[in-house]
Design a protein around this ligand. Structure first.
Ligand SMILES: C[S@@+](CC[C@H](N)C(=O)[O-])C[C@H]1O[C@@H](n2cnc3c(N)ncnc32)[C@H](O)[C@@H]1O
Length: 269
């Protein structure tokens, strides 16, 4: 009995040791479909260059078009998930995190917690990070409230984080609550200028008057965005657009950093 209990405890501990956070792939579902259409393009192009079909030129043109439209972003977005996501980290670029005593932070669109948990890890002297999201599966594979909570537990920041459902356009917190609001790679997911403006209004409302906003977004015309998204770079906005969105809400941009096509704005009211 004692032997079995000991074995069970050891195997339980080993399971705990092995457990890793699952942050998922950005646009994971799209990537699968893009590879599928891209591969149809490859087949059409190769077959039409090898054999002489009646509609040869037309089919080859369709093949090349499918490659350009779908295979390019499928490969680019896979590389983004494998390489760039690990290289580009925002939390070390948030000096305010270390300047405020026990900061209250909101991460809008926290997803599976990649950025939120990295920020929470910096809160070694107190403070709390709240995360809200509508957990869209198309944005990140495995995106769910349970996933982010589990990731926080595995990364040992459960005591200083709280996650819940909530939309950027209707943030479920009172006015002037937060010292810092972070919104990272979320605004482009909120379609329509009206909804984006509504989200900015909500961020303004929950941020303390002397609070700091960190907004990071892809720049449509940076070479990195074009390299990973191809024609889908149009999903994103230009850097000037993000800048004017901030200015419209009377935010002063105090700092800007370009991180591989990803722009990080620091702003204060
Ligand atoms: C590209 S992911 C970024 C996730 C996270 N900020 C990060 O850095 O890993 C975009 C996230 O925005 C969320 N999102 C989209 N529309 C939203 C909305 N209206 N309110 C809150 N979150 C939203 C999606 O569910 C998704 O988790």
């Amino acid at each position: 009995m004692a032997f079995n209990a000991r074995n069970a405890r050891i195997s339980g501990e080993m399971t705990m040791i092995k457990e890793k956070p699952k942050y998922g792939w950005y646009a994971g579902g799209f990537i699968v479909w893009f590879f599928l259409f891209g591969l149809i393009g490859v087949v059409l192009t190769v077959f039409n260059s090898l054999f002489n079909f009646p509609l040869n030129l037309a089919l080859a043109t369709i093949g090349v078009t499918l490659i350009l439209i779908f295979l390019w972003p499928a490969i680019g977005m896979s590389l983004l998930n494998i390489i760039l996501v690990k290289k580009v980290s925002i939390s070390p670029r948030m000096p305010v995190l270390r300047q405020i005593e026990k900061p209250q932070i909101l991460d809008v669109g926290c997803g599976t917690g990649r950025t939120a948990i990295a920020i929470a890890k910096e809160l070694t002297d107190g403070g709390h990070l709240y995360g809200v999201d509508i957990y869209e599966k198309k944005a990140i594979s495995g995106n769910a409230l349970d996933t982010v909570k589990k990731n926080a537990r595995i990364e040992k920041v459960e005591d200083r984080t709280s996650f819940q459902y909530g939309s950027a356009t209707d943030i479920p917190f009172e006015d002037n609550k937060f010292d810092i609001v972070n919104i990272s790679s979320v605004l482009h997911e909120i379609h329509g200028e009206k909804s984006q403006k509504q989200a900015m209004g909500e961020i303004s409302r929950v941020l303390k008057p002397d609070g700091t906003l960190y907004l990071s977004e892809w720049n449509r015309f940076s070479w990195q965005t074009i390299a990973f998204a191809g024609i889908f770079c149009f999903v994103f906005n230009t850097r000037g657009y993000w800048r004017s969105l901030l200015k419209n809400y009377r935010f002063n941009i105090t700092h800007f950093e370009n991180l591989s096509g990803f722009g990080l704005f620091t702003a204060q009211r």
